[in-house]
Design a protein around this ligand. Structure first.
Ligand SMILES: *[C@@H]1O[C@H](CO)[C@@H](O)[C@H](O)[C@H]1NC(C)=O
Ligand SMILES: *[C@@H]1O[C@H](CO)[C@@H](O)[C@H](O)[C@H]1NC(C)=O
Ligand SMILES: *[C@@H]1O[C@H](CO)[C@@H](O)[C@H](O)[C@H]1NC(C)=O
Length: 140
């Protein structure tokens, strides 16, 4: 699918960013995206926790693939970059000894910037689980 087609589809729910000529659009990823997480681990000492996991996403005609490792401190407000800086993550403590794992993938295509966001609840350690991408945004 061409970029113009994506944007036309996505523009159905568009808003203008104040003070710029750019348009933000939101859409469901098409085709659907599933990211595969492996070896999710957390480690806590004296109330401070760190996380690490491996994550891979297969490329589609609209989305570049990736395969990288994420490490960081849990409970951060901002996305923390993974080894491949196009991928970033926030890991928060959640209910029932689960972790809320949020992952963002950003990329540039032509003049447009895109980002896709997905999340999952995970127990640690977890050998593997999937993250379904809920939302994709573009700015052009
Ligand atoms: C990701 O990279 C690791 C090691 O570099 C490899 O073992 C694994 O098969 C790769 N996964 C995908 C989905 O390409
Ligand atoms: C994670 O758990 C919370 C609370 O139980 C739930 O609201 C949320 O939908 C779950 N998220 C996912 C991606 O399953
Ligand atoms: C994760 O995704 C893979 C490939 O799409 C699938 O084979 C596997 O069953 C999925 N696992 C879960 C727990 O949904």
């Amino acid at each position: 699918m061409q970029l113009t087609t994506i944007l036309t589809t996505a523009l159905l729910s568009s808003v203008s960013l104040a003070g710029t000529f750019k348009t933000l659009s939101k859409s469901k990823p098409n085709p659907a995206l599933t990211w595969h997480v492996a070896n999710f681990n957390t480690h806590c000492t004296a109330g401070d926790c760190t996380y690490n996991f491996h994550i891979a996403g297969q490329g589609t005609q609209n989305t570049p693939g990736f395969n990288t490792t994420c490490t960081g401190t849990t409970g951060k407000k901002e996305y923390q970059p993974c080894s491949d800086e196009q991928i970033s993550a926030i890991v928060d403590p959640a209910k029932s000894s689960q972790w809320d794992v949020e992952v963002q993938h950003t990329w540039i295509k032509g003049e447009a910037q895109f980002w896709a966001i997905g999340s999952a609840n995970a127990t640690a350690p977890s050998k593997w689980f999937n993250i379904t991408v809920d939302e994709q945004y573009g700015v052009a």
